[in-house]
Design a protein around this ligand. Structure first.
Ligand code: G3P
Length: 225
């Protein structure tokens, strides 16, 4: 199971990497635009920040399959390491995915809302498919069920593609997707912090400290041994 950060904010990514077991970073044009930075500088800094072994997913912006392939090859050359090109699941996107597989470029098929889209993307060669959980919930569909169906469909048919569930707004959605066998989740740094928080944990830690202080004051273990 992989935890990926859905962010292009270098400071946020640095903080999360220091405190959480993060396997990579996903971006999309919205996330990149939010930073209002020089694109080339930003993607290089993202790679420097996470190192070559963590995944970096960057989305194509071209309208044609040929254009997406060109972008993917240039991006792969620039950022190197564990690079995935994100391709939106359209007819041009599926065509690009088939072309990219022949060129040995890893693909994450994105903006997936249905099980048949996921299957087409997987058959075309996508390494990951990214269903949008919260956006499905927002239209009174059931994002977790869609993820669950895709996971079992891949398992039933021995399909190697993995499910990288995306678009989360709360911890419950993330937890449910993982229970259903989702292989990876991409979450915002804010949600990452929220996954850890529980008021009873905060209170338990505070109680431990107060009880200790009653006997040992400011001294910590290393002061006593
Ligand atoms: O990776 C993009 C996906 O996570 C979309 O998230 O919050 O814009 O629905 P959101």
């Amino acid at each position: 199971m992989l935890y990926i950060l859905d962010s292009a904010n270098v400071e946020e990514i640095r903080r999360c990497m220091e405190y959480f077991p993060i396997d990579g970073v996903t971006t999309n044009p919205t996330i990149i635009s939010r930073e209002k930075r020089n694109f080339l500088d930003l993607i290089k800094e993202l790679r420097e920040t996470i190192g070559p072994e963590r995944m970096l997913h960057i989305q194509a912006t071209a309208y044609t399959a040929e254009g997406m392939v060109e972008e993917a090859l240039r991006l792969k050359e620039i950022v190197g390491g564990e690079f995935y090109i994100k391709i939106p699941v359209s007819d041009e996107g599926i065509k690009a995915t088939m072309m990219l597989k022949k060129l040995d470029v890893k693909v994450t098929e994105t903006a997936i809302f249905t099980q048949p889209q996921a299957l087409l993307a997987a058959k075309a060669g996508a390494d990951f498919v990214a269903p949008y959980v919260n956006r499905l919930d927002n239209i009174v569909s059931d994002g977790v069920s869609v993820v669950s169906d895709i996971v079992s469909m891949f398992s039933t048919h021995n399909i190697e593609s993995k499910v990288l569930a995306a678009s989360f707004k709360n911890v419950e959605q993330v937890h449910s997707v993982i229970l259903k066998g989702g292989h990876a989740v991409t979450i915002t740094p804010e949600l990452c912090e929220r996954m850890l928080y529980h008021p009873l944990t905060v209170s338990a830690i505070s109680d431990f400290d107060q009880d200790w202080r009653k006997v040992y004051g400011d001294k910590r273990i290393l002061d006593l041994i």
